[in-house]
Structures are given as structure tokens and as C-alpha cells.
Design a protein around this ligand. Sequence first.
Ligand SMILES: [Fe+2]
Length: 243
Amino acid sequence: MQIEALRAGDNFVYVLVDGGRAVVVDPGVAGPVVSYLDEGELTLDLILLTHYHGDHTGGCTMLRRTGCNVVGPAGGFVDLDRTVADGETMEFAGTAIEVLGVPGHTAHDVAYYLSEAKALFTGDLLFACGCGRLFSHDAEQMWTSLCRLRSLPDDTRVYGGHDYTLENLEFAAHLEPDNVAVRERLDCFRADPEDEIPTTLGEEKSTNPFLRCDTEAVAAAVNMSGHPAAEVFAAVRAMKDRW
Ligand SMILES: [Fe+2]
């Protein structure tokens, strides 16, 4: 299975391709997806939505004219063919797609995990070296969801919904100036920005401050040593909002 990242502004739209058939994740716009499908003479089987924000769903209306099914979590405003929840599975090209309920960015986010392909589509919950904003206003819930993703194997490739990578790396370097992995990652990114997507969970665990809120280094950086990790997470997220 091939996974292609299409850019739409700072959004990523992902296309999974196998044997002339395709699945699209979070088509915020239709145009680049239609062009890609046409060029590859691909049939679109399925659209997977991680959450209902318009920059992830805006292309659905046009794309579903192809006859594909649209799948996503409850709680949104998009016309779905199937509402999915944590623990459900689908299949594409003989590969299982597992639905992980990971609320926190909104109250209803899901991620899609393909364990055989070692691929994880995280929407706006987890980005390269960052995470989405806390529209749910529930830091504990979002921290729990991030920890759940963090528990997946290190070699899992992470396909996040946005490219805020440089800004995220600079924030991480500000927060953890002594973290050598962050510094090296920032240097690598500046040398070759295209090399950053997808990232891996192993790399995120060592560099993404939002996955490191239970470390003393990150807690100390927001003057919250000894506090519960969810409180540290809320403080780091609030600091990033003002960054
Ligand atoms: Fe979003």
C-alpha cells in the first residue's frame, strides 16, 4: 500500500492507494484529491474523517459524488454513511483499519491505525512535534488520548493533519533547550523540510513536548514540577497557544 501526502495550505490530505483503489483521509478540499485520483486512474472507495472541522471535511460533498462511503466519528455536522467509534475496524486492500477514540482536540476525535502497515492517521490530535488545540477544554482527556497513541510501537509512522512542523520544533527547542534530540531534529528539518512527514512515534516520544508532559524536564519548563501530567499538559498547551 502506498500512502501519499497532498498539501492543501497547511493541511495534509492523505491518500492510501492499492491496486487502483484509494482511501482518502481528511479531505479539507477536493481539487487536489480529484487531480490525484484522475492522474492515477484510481477509484475512491472510502473517505475517513478524524473530526468534523471544515478544514478536514470541506472536500467531502464533491468527492462523495464518486459513490464512495464517508466514515467518521459522531458529533459533527458532516453527512456520514457510517459513524465509527473506538474499537471498530474496517478493511482496505486486505489491511485492517482500526478506529481509536482519542477525544481532546474536539470531544469526538478518532485516529485510524493500520498496524500491519505501521501507519497512524492522527488528525488534529497529534502533529509532528506538536498537537492540536484544546477545543474540548478537557486537558485530562486529551492527555489520556495522547498517552494512548504514545503506547503504540515506536516504528509507527505518524500522519498528522497539519504542517506546523517548524513552529512546533522551535517551540520544543525553547521549552527543552537541553534536549539533544530536539536540537538535532530541528537541524535536520531546516536542512530538508520534506524529510519530516511522516514522522515516527519513537521520534515523537523523544522530541514532542506534548507527549513528554510526564517528564521532569517539561514540567520544570512550565514551573510545574511535581504536578500531575495532565496539568503540565494544560500549561504547555496554553503556553503554545500564546507562542
Ligand atoms: Fe481541527
